[in-house]
Design a protein around this ligand. Structure first.
Ligand code: SAM
Length: 314
């Protein structure tokens, strides 16, 4: 790990692709960090000379940790934090009418959220199945597993967990919960083992727990809803950078940026162009940027990271 990244790493979370994010956003004057987490990316940007950062997170624990970490910037009027789902920013009076020349989304959860057993994101033994990122989420993982019908559970494991035996797993969950409601990680691990076999292991548990987390927090629809409204908050020439860790998230980001970069956005069957053929902006990353081997060695979480960036037309 380079010295700069080491300085950004806290016990809370090590920011992924921090140098690449900083390079993309360093010339911005005001940045909206939609996924503040432990504040690692915000710190990197503030230290690189970005004038002001507004950090958003739906998790009050993350906001408290990052606010403590960045208090000197807050005192200097360069940092402030807002508790919200980034997909709901249009309803926030404090951000009404505000535009930014840099916007960052670093999706998913932080290491701290995984490490804290009482948050219920981990498959560690005896962990209560919670997985709610913030207080805006009403149904926890146990609630979802105990109430969703078999077809919905199948969709969750197939679409978010790429699980070929999604239907069998959903069936097994429905069968088991009729005897005893799901409460802890052991209940879900038991159902996964029963369907995938005794050789299933940590990789399978991580993938299928992640599928449940994505459903509990409504992550993909939220991202899909948020992207156009965040794009519209960019000033001309402003940059949107997104780090995704899940193929479904990355697909949404790639398609959104591709369609915003198309010269003509008229419906394909429309005989003549009425949009004047002017792209809304340019994709800056033809291929997603990924972490170096060195970064992955230091921070295995970086392995699945895909960074894409887009610049609005000047
Ligand atoms: C990967 S961490 C971000 C880490 C951060 N970039 C850093 O350097 O410490 C993702 C954070 O985004 C938050 N988050 C995820 N989805 C969110 C949403 N829809 N709205 C607001 N915050 C969200 C999570 O609570 C978590 O704290």
């Amino acid at each position: 790990m380079c010295l700069e990244t080491m300085a950004l790493t806290s016990a809370y979370h090590a920011p992924v692709l921090a140098a690449e994010v900083t390079e993309l956003l360093r010339s911005a004057t005001n940045v909206l960090d939609c996924t503040l987490g432990g504040g690692g990316h915000s710190l990197a940007l503030l230290e690189a000379g970005v004038q002001t950062v507004i950090g958003v997170d739906r998790d009050p624990q993350a906001l408290a940790a990052a606010t403590t970490r960045l208090h000197s910037f807050a005192e200097a009027g360069r940092f402030s934090a807002v508790e919200s789902n980034y997909a709901e920013l249009d309803g926030l009076p404090s951000l009404q009418g505000m535009a930014f020349d840099g916007i960052l989304l670093d999706l998913g959860i932080s290491s701290h959220q995984v490490d804290e057993s009482d948050r219920g994101f981990t498959f560690r033994q005896g962990t209560r199945l919670d997985m709610r990122m913030g207080t805006d989420v009403s149904t926890d993982a146990a609630g979802l597993l105990n109430t969703e019908d078999e077809a919905t559970l199948t969709r969750i494991f197939k679409a978010f967990g790429d699980e070929p035996r999604a239907a069998r797993l959903a069936h097994e969950i429905v069968r088991r919960r009729s005897n005893k409601p799901f409460e802890t990680s052991d209940d879900l691990v038991g159902a996964i083992r029963a369907v995938l076999g005794a050789r299933s292991g940590a990789g399978d548990f991580a993938r299928l727990f992640q599928a449940v987390r994505i459903a509990v927090n409504d992550e993909l629809p939220g991202l899909e809803r948020a992207l156009p409204s965040l794009r519209d908050r960019l000033t001309p020439g402003g940059t949107l950078a997104v780090i995704a860790y899940h193929s479904g998230e990355d697909r949404i980001v790639k398609h959104a940026m591709r369609s915003w970069s198309a010269a003509c956005i008229c419906p394909p069957k429309q005989p003549t162009c009425t949009c004047r053929g002017r792209a809304l902006g340019t994709t800056l990353t033809k291929r997603a940027l990924t972490a170096s081997q060195d970064e992955v060695l230091q921070n295995p979480r970086a392995r699945s990271a895909r960074l894409r960036a887009w610049r609005s037309a000047a």
